[in-house]
Design a protein around this ligand. Structure first.
Ligand SMILES: NC(=O)c1ccc[n+]([C@@H]2O[C@H](COP(=O)([O-])OP(=O)(O)OC[C@H]3O[C@@H](n4cnc5c(N)ncnc54)[C@H](OP(=O)(O)O)[C@@H]3O)[C@@H](O)[C@H]2O)c1
Length: 290
């Protein structure tokens, strides 16, 4: 990865930080994006010590469309080219809330931000020789997309992870559509990391868990580091898709936690669902890949 520039959203903690570590060790220049400038700088300092490439920070709130535009301008101004975009940041919200742009917060970070950032950075990815986009899915993205409930307008069940799962199916649908539009010019693939104990999932409030799970949740959290994947394993698929020559030219593919190509969930391939997600992303962001 020497000579390549990679941007990792959510690179300040958890799986994103581990992905950034792996890519920096391979010699890439890595840009970490997170909301908190101090946390981002600390992560960059830590990774720099073991990196072969440069690790830098661009703080931004991915739930803010103006912030995403500023971020893309900064990347263009400083680097002029981008080889890999890893849309890693994502999360769960126990209650429905809207961002400053009026977008439901889970949809904003899990779907709209990857869509908008890919559109905004596409000119830079096109100047790279084989630009790549890697999007991180999670949860149980095997349900159908409900075009009328993408932002939890009808029902918002944060406590069963319903909105999280729905947004991850929507992210996969959007990624699949993006890949088919771009062809091999810039590849777009989806990685599943498996379950890992991260700051994000340790901070999920108890009210976000299904009732039946709540009595055992504290024990599972305590045993998390033993029961769940370690971060190195959870970052494998993202690192593979971002860097491996084996996946050069492969696009529109879904890779499991063991870096194996997997079948897409049916809901992500449904044409009506894809169209609903795509047009919502276009309308909310005012952006399109053209
Ligand atoms: N952990 C798991 O078991 C698991 C399982 C399946 C899928 N996944 C997926 O893997 C990805 C990473 O998960 P994780 O558990 O490692 O996450 P995490 O521990 O919650 O870390 C999240 C990262 O995203 C950043 N972030 C969150 N919201 C942001 C925002 N609005 N603007 C900018 N940065 C933001 C955080 O940065 P700051 O806090 O510094 O701003 C942090 O660096 C997510 O897409 C998740 O859905 C995770």
């Amino acid at each position: 990865m020497r000579g390549k520039t990679v941007l990792v959203t959510g690179g300040t903690a958890g799986i994103g930080k581990e992905t950034a570590r792996g890519l920096a060790r391979l010699g890439a220049t890595v840009i970490l994006v997170g909301r908190n400038p101090d946390r981002a700088r600390n992560a960059a300092d830590e990774l720099s010590q073991e990196a072969d490439g440069e690790v830098t920070v661009l703080p931004a709130d991915l739930a803010d469309l103006a912030g995403l535009r500023r971020l893309a301008e900064q990347v263009a101004g400083r680097y002029g080219r981008l080889d890999v975009l890893v849309n890693n940041a994502g999360g769960v919200n126990a209650e429905r809330r809207l961002t400053r742009d009026g977008v439901e917060a889970t949809f904003a970070v899990n779907v709209l931000a990857p869509y908008a950032l890919t559109c905004l950075l596409l000119p830079l990815l096109r100047t790279a020789d084989g630009g790549r986009v890697v999007n991180l899915t999670g949860g149980l993205p095997d349900g159908a997309i409900d075009p009328d409930n993408l932002q939890g307008e009808k029902t918002f069940l944060g406590w069963t992870f319903t909105q999280y799962n729905h947004t991850k199916t929507a992210l996969m649908a959007m990624s699949h559509r993006f890949a088919s539009l771009l062809g091999e010019e810039v590849t777009v693939n989806v990685a599943y990391p498996g379950h890992a104990s991260t700051p994000g999932n340790r901070a999920i409030p108890m009210r976000a868990f299904p009732y039946l799970y709540r009595p055992v949740a504290p024990l599972v959290r305590l045993l998390g580091p033993l029961l769940l994947s370690d971060l190195t394993r959870a970052a494998r698929s993202s690192i593979h898709l971002a860097s491996s020559p084996e996946v050069e030219g492969i696009t529109g593919a879904y890779f499991d936690a063991r870096t194996r190509r997997a079948s897409w969930p049916a809901g992500a391939l449904d044409a009506r669902g894809q169209e609903a997600v795509w047009s919502l992303c276009e309308r909310l962001s005012g952006l399109s890949p053209a």
